[in-house]
Design a protein around this ligand. Structure first.
Ligand SMILES: Nc1ncnc2c1ncn2[C@@H]1O[C@H](COP(=O)(O)OP(=O)(O)OP(=O)(O)O)[C@@H](O)[C@H]1O
Ligand SMILES: O=c1ccn([C@@H]2O[C@H](COP(=O)(O)O)[C@@H](O)[C@H]2O)c(=O)[nH]1
Length: 237
């Protein structure tokens, strides 16, 4: 099978990593995601990974936590490092070579983020995990994923999540929501569709980076996306 994409940035939801638990990490999910990723690296697809942090900490709720927003955001970025390290371990168990790069210096556990070095790792077939988001508060890992995807010249950003695409409204809240097979960036922004934040959509739109939102929990789905299958929702101009 000839993959449709040569280099992809896969954004994994932090919340999905907790599986049935209400917090933290589920080893079954980590192992299953690692196996799915191995399926596509075996085809020669270059994979960069950004993992969210919502299973551990989000910095947004200053009113609830009493923790200043920017301070909380740095805590959220540290949460993404924990998830990145967990994915690194799960991938290595599957025999996949990896490198973890952090946007915040943590030399004992990760390389610093160096764009050209990341691209070299990808060329050598290593999965590069980008941790600590953008390194800046007031952003999200969706924006970090979009930014890194553009920087490393990925063909597409794949948002692997727990819903099977983009809907007219949040399908977890609105049973009448209808799924789009394709949608434009402008429609996502105009309709304020909350599957990704607006900064991420805008960045992708300005740089013409296609987005595919798909269900990462369905076995074989990632491979299907890479094969050009009719999976999830495609966002383009
Ligand atoms: N219009 C929409 N279409 C589809 N999903 C939507 C929409 N609006 C909101 N959502 C929600 O977005 C969620 C997916 O986002 P994502 O994968 O980023 O999860 P998350 O919980 O924010 O994870 P993370 O820990 O990475 O921040 C879905 O679970 C869904 O409930
Ligand atoms: O560039 C970034 C990325 C993330 N954060 C903070 O981390 C948490 C977790 O990320 P999610 O994208 O929500 O999974 C996020 O809520 C922010 O608090 C950040 O500040 N900058």
């Amino acid at each position: 099978m000839l993959p449709k994409y040569k280099r992809v940035l896969l954004k994994l939801s932090g919340e999905s990593l907790m599986g049935e638990n209400s917090y933290g990490l589920d080893p079954k999910v980590l192992s299953s995601y690692a196996k799915e990723i191995k399926q596509i690296t075996s085809l020669g697809v270059q994979v960069a990974l950004v993992v969210g942090g919502g299973n551990i900490y989000r910095g947004m709720n200053e009113a609830e936590t009493g923790i200043e927003r920017a301070h909380g955001d740095y805590m959220g970025m540290l949460a993404t490092m924990i998830n990145g390290m967990a994915m690194q371990s799960a991938l290595e168990k599957e025999g996949v070579y990896t490198r973890l790069q952090s946007a915040i210096q943590m030399e004992a556990i990760a390389e610093p983020y160096i764009r050209r070095r990341a691209m070299r790792h990808l060329e050598k077939g290593r999965v590069v995990i980008f941790g600590a988001g953008t390194g800046n508060p007031y952003f999200t890992t969706d924006t970090a994923g979009s930014l890194r995807a553009i920087e490393i010249k990925a063909d597409v950003i794949l948002k692997g999540t727990r819903v099977d695409g983009i809907y007219t409204a949040d399908p977890e809240k609105d049973p009448n929501a209808v799924k789009y097979n394709t949608i434009t960036y402008k429609e996502c922004i105009a309709n304020n569709l909350k599957i990704m934040d607006m900064t991420a959509f805008t960045l992708c739109m300005e740089n013409n980076l296609p987005i595919i939102v798909f269900d990462m929990n369905k076995p074989g789905n990632l491979l299907n996306v890479i094969s050009g299958g009719d999976v999830g929702t495609l966002v383009t101009a």
